[in-house]
Design a protein around this ligand. Structure first.
Ligand SMILES: Nc1nc2c(c(=O)[nH]1)N[C@H]1C(S)=C(S)[C@@H](COP(=O)(O)O)O[C@H]1N2
Ligand SMILES: [Mo]
Length: 496
């Protein structure tokens, strides 16, 4: 049998795992702060949460908008803390790429070197053994290791569970929260009981990881802190005091990295957004961008109440046009196109047969809802205006002025969002003018809003009045690809 020693790769990966896991946990808590309420059903209906991590309540009289749900956590638990969902997402996604690569190499090496014998149980006998071990621990004694093996039965089972069940579980429930994955494989999100159930399970997975870490540290101290540190540093027990020093050094280095990531994110979020965003973008475009939305929820699954993000335009012009159901609303479509157009709503409705789709909406904050959206497929509009070869992006300008309409938001100016022209080829990318069988309500973007079903909600501009085909966006706003990207450092291409 393989000798179950502690080869260098195992020791190195152990400490890298500490680094990645702690980054994942803190950035995950930052994401939780974006919407600190947990649900089981896709609708995330107010009042049906099974857990909440905020004490804040909202006055029921004003139009409730989900931005009001975001809370601020301390940097001690969240990366970076202080209400920075955009930064939390960047750290979570960049770390998860590293963690998945680490995990894949760990599994491969476990099997290639025979080290998997340490963790994979040989027989069902292990369960009664594990029970005996638990009883022994509870009487404050240490159980014997399994014959000829380094671990006792509960330890072996716990490591097996964490490495082969819990880690994949977190990756799979994480993937079930990606709008691109949900749009392309609606059965997959159903498998987890829906979007909110996947989110809840992901949080319970975090709780299981946290419990494992606490028990692991407790066990290491019970079994011999110095000796086990020596095994994890040098692979043998000769230099216990050096090993304790070295592992303390590694832990301090990890804490310094946490501190540096926090300070960098709080002081210079734009550069974090650019650097980490660049890494994440390439992973996304390779894996998630090719996914096309194929959603068709049943009418039974529609949410009775769909949450709202963003406050409607509070201008005289908008109010006046609303009085007559926006018959005079004009949408200018231009830029790098052969055939620019100015369309009223009747012209937009007349361009093609109305397409209806029942889809799951994912807000970046974490809530979801299902609605039926009706409108003009964006690709039909694209075909009608004929973009020039230089056109690469579509910019949606809206009638909403954030400073005027949403004074609590971090930033002002006209709300706009930019998508890659390529996203218009998705058959379910829609310019919606109807919702749930009626006209599009004002709070949901009347008279015209975008639906990009493979992306997160904030890309789907509401109250659209101008559509411009452009070759670059670096000189629009802060040059990050949209209002949210400019002002709250979200990522531009949000397939997760
Ligand atoms: N003009 C404008 N469009 C917007 C927003 C906004 O604040 N202003 N919020 C976005 C976000 S974050 C989400 S989740 C969706 C919410 O759509 P709903 O309000 O119809 O649910 O709209 C998006 N479109
Ligand atoms: Mo959102």
């Amino acid at each position: 049998m393989t000798q179950l020693d502690y080869p260098a790769w195992l020791r190195i990966e152990h400490w890298l795992n500490v680094l990645f896991l702690t980054f994942l946990i803190r950035s995950g808590i930052e994401i939780l702060a974006g919407f600190p309420k947990m649900y089981w059903r896709n609708h995330s209906l107010p009042g049906t949460e099974w857990a909440r991590f905020t004490r804040r309540k909202h006055p029921p009289d004003k139009l409730h908008d989900t931005l009001d749900d975001e809370v601020s956590y301390s940097s001690l638990i969240a990366l970076p803390g202080h209400r920075n969902l955009g930064m939390g997402r960047h750290w979570h996604f960049v770390t998860v790429i590293g963690w998945i690569l680490l995990g894949a190499s760990y599994w491969a090496l476990l099997f290639a070197t025979g080290q998997y014998h340490r963790y994979v149980p040989y027989s069902w006998e292990i369960f009664p053994h594990a029970w005996d071990d638990i009883v022994t621990y509870m009487s404050f004694r240490l159980p014997p290791p399994l014959p000829g093996q380094p671990l006792d039965a509960v330890q072996k089972l716990s490591y097996f569970g964490v490495i082969f069940l819990l880690a994949p579980f977190q990756i799979l429930t994480g993937a079930a929260q990606s709008p691109a994955v949900e749009a392309r494989f609606p059965w997959y999100v159903r498998l987890w009981g829906g979007r909110q159930s996947a989110r809840s399970l992901h949080l319970l997975g975090l709780a299981a990881f946290a419990a494992f870490i606490v028990v692991h540290l407790l066990m290491v101290s019970l079994w011999g802190w110095g000796q086990l540190n020596a095994l994890m540093i040098f692979g043998d027990v000769r230099d216990v005091s050096w090993a304790i020093g070295a592992s303390m050094g590694i832990i301090v280095a990890i804490l310094v990295l946490h501190w540096a990531a926090t300070v960098w994110s709080l002081n210079s979020p734009r550069s974090v957004q650019k650097v980490l965003g660049w890494i994440i973008l390439h992973a996304r475009l390779g894996v998630l961008r090719p996914m096309r939305s194929r959603q068709d929820y049943s009418t039974r699954e529609l949410s009775t109440e769909h949450r709202v993000n963003g406050k409607p335009p509070n201008s005289r012009a908008y109010q006046v046009l609303a009085v007559h159901g926006f018959v005079d609303w004009k949408v200018h479509v231009g830029g790098l196109v052969e055939n620019p157009m100015t369309l009223d709503m009747a012209a937009i409705r007349g361009m093609a047969d109305t397409q209806d789709q029942r889809t799951l909406h994912n807000c970046v904050q974490g809530w979801s809802g299902i609605a039926e959206w009706s409108g003009l497929p964006l690709r039909d509009l694209v075909a009608a205006v004929r973009p020039l070869p230089e056109a690469r992006f579509i910019c949606f300008l809206t009638a909403q002025d954030s400073g005027r309409d949403e004074p609590s938001a971090e930033g002002g100016g006209q709300f706009y969002e930019i998508i890659d022209l390529e996203l218009a080829t998705d058959p379910q990318t829609l310019l919606a003018y109807g919702m749930n069988g009626g006209p599009l309500p004002i709070k949901h973007g009347a008279p015209l809003r975008l639906r990009v079903e493979t992306q997160v909600g904030f890309k789907m501009a509401k109250w659209i009045e101008h559509i411009e085909f452009v070759s670059a966006y670096d000189r629009i706003g802060e040059g990050m690809g949209g209002w949210r990207e400019d002002n709250v450092y979200f990522d531009k291409d949000v397939e997760v």
